[in-house]
Design a protein around this ligand. Structure first.
Ligand SMILES: Nc1ncnc2c1ncn2[C@@H]1O[C@H](COP(=O)(O)OP(=O)(O)OP(=O)(O)O)[C@@H](O)[C@H]1O
Length: 320
């Protein structure tokens, strides 16, 4: 690998399935040691991109370099130092977690027997390793998938929607696991369709929309672009609350919500002043809840399937 080479460099990659452009001229760069998120709604092209990285399908055009190797030049050696899974990892349900990993270790011819214990510990499955996988929760199976990937002591871990289908506890555990792995220096490339998942753990993100890049940049860049938060408001007198907003708070917008109640949109400071005024005017405040976080709102704006696509991707800051 040449000095300064990216962990992953995607250059102008396009993939079409029977006339449908699943990935459209996508470029991105994952630096060694970072956690990089590919974010997008269903059908955005995330899995297709990762399948090309793993060599499961070929791009129609463009190039993917993994630690400076390409499928064209290096064939399977492209995956040296790379591990991960596409969609859900598969295991033998009638074998235990440990037996599944032991089988993989022997098949792969990598790692010493102790490595199985080590990776079980890393993914927090110690104590459950001798239970059959058929009895594991979905979250435990996902973590066993990460453990199987770690058997190879990779430098790059690729995870396709690792938190998909997990309950809140499973999501929390998966996030904590990715953070621990990243803290240990592992490069992680993961896909997701949840802004909050990537927001917490990723350094850089690419947001995809219908195969194209809608945004490249850091989470901090995304935050600066995020719209003002909207809040759902329920009061004892909505008509009066609207009047208070219009007369005294021109910096915020208060309008009836189609689902009942009001929606107030504006800066946090403006909303706080408005709510204080409602209380002052003795208008009972029954509920005040965010409709979407600013980043979620931005995600929906960038990936709205109905809207016209941006002519060029939004590139905020430098994509390391
Ligand atoms: N093997 C295939 N044959 C035909 N079309 C495909 C194939 N695989 C994916 N597609 C289409 O390509 C587009 C991108 O799919 P892809 O699975 O890459 O999206 P995704 O972002 O991973 O979505 P999800 O979050 O639902 O997994 C979709 O329109 C999908 O229907």
């Amino acid at each position: 690998m040449s000095a300064g080479a990216a962990a992953v460099e995607v250059v102008g990659v396009t993939k079409t399935y029977a006339g449908l452009v699943a990935v459209d001229d996508v470029s991105m760069r994952v630096a060694p040691g970072e956690v990089y998120g590919i974010l997008g709604p269903n059908g955005a092209g995330k899995t297709t991109l990762l399948r090309m990285l793993f060599g499961l399908i070929r791009p129609d055009s463009g190039e993917i370099r993994v630690f400076d190797r390409t499928w064209a030049d290096d064939d399977v050696r492209t995956l040296d130092g790379v591990a991960g899974f596409i969609e859900s990892p598969k295991f033998y349900p009638y074998l235990t977690g440990r037996q599944n990993l032991e089988g993989l270790r022997l098949l792969d011819g990598t790692g010493l027997p102790d490595r199985v214990e080590e990776v079980l510990d890393i993914v927090d499955l110690t104590g459950r390793e001798d239970h059959k996988v058929g009895g594991y929760s979905y979250g435990m199976r996902q973590r066993l998938g990460v453990a199987a990937s770690l058997l190879r002591s990779p430098r790059l871990l690729v995870l396709d929607e690792p938190a998909n289908g997990l309950d809140p506890g499973g999501i929390r555990d998966m996030r904590a696991l990715v953070k621990r792995l990243a803290a240990g220096g592992l490069t992680v490339l993961l896909s997701s369709h949840h802004m909050d998942e990537v927001e917490e753990i990723c350094d850089n993100v690419t947001i995809m929309r219908r195969g194209s890049v809608a945004f490249h940049g850091t989470i901090a860049d995304l935050r600066t672009m995020a719209p003002d938060p909207g809040h759902l408001l329920r009061t004892g007198d909505d008509a009066k609350a609207v009047v208070v907003g219009r007369l005294r708070h021109p910096d915020i917008v208060v309008e009836p919500s189609p689902d009942g109640g009001l929606v107030a949109t504006g800066s946090e400071r403006g909303l706080a002043a408005y709510v204080a005024d409602l209380v002052h005017a003795e208008i009972p405040l029954l509920a005040f809840t965010p409709t979407r976080t600013p980043l979620e709102a931005l995600f929906f704006m960038l990936t709205d399937a109905e809207a016209d696509p941006p002519s060029r991707p939004v590139v905020a800051g430098a994509c390391r």
